[in-house]
Ligand binder design. Structure first.
Ligand code: AMP
Ligand code: ZN
Length: 115
């Protein structure tokens, strides 16, 4: 854990969040400023800055994270209506929190392309 990192502290339970799923590898919680009726963030417990820092050893962890995007979508009831998975990466990718997170957005028709 990186002690200064917001999402490490959420994963550790030091900062409150509305968790919808957690296991030994990942945590999923509701975004504090939802951009859609359903907006959940999935994070690895391991502190990884972004997709740009992924290593070969993170392959299984990222597979686990992606698989649980589907499982959380089913749990929350929007797997059939559809959803979007987003991994903002770096400055041009619009990333504001330096701990890799997958946005799971649902509950309305989402436009494309993003701004
Ligand atoms: P990004 O801009 O892709 O880095 O996404 C960061 C996301 O984290 C934004 O959607 C924020 O609303 C969300 N966020 C920031 N602080 C918190 C928090 N304490 N609890 C839940 N979500 C947060
Ligand atoms: Zn972190």
């Amino acid at each position: 854990m990186s002690e200064a990192c917001l999402f490490c502290n959420i994963a550790a339970g030091n900062i409150p969040s509305q968790k919808v799923y957690s296991d030994e590898h990942i945590v999923a919680f509701r975004d504090i400023s939802p951009a859609a009726p359903q907006h959940i963030l999935l994070i690895p417990r391991k502190h990884i800055l972004s997709v740009a820092q992924l290593e070969d050893e993170d392959q299984a962890l990222m597979g686990h994270l992606m698989l649980h995007a589907r499982k959380v979508a089913e749990q929350e009831g929007f797997a059939e209506s559809g959803f979007r998975c987003v991994l903002n990466t770096g400055d041009d990718g619009g990333q504001t929190v330096g701990h890799l997170h997958l946005h799971l957005l649902a509950g309305r028709g989402l436009s494309w392309p993003p701004g």
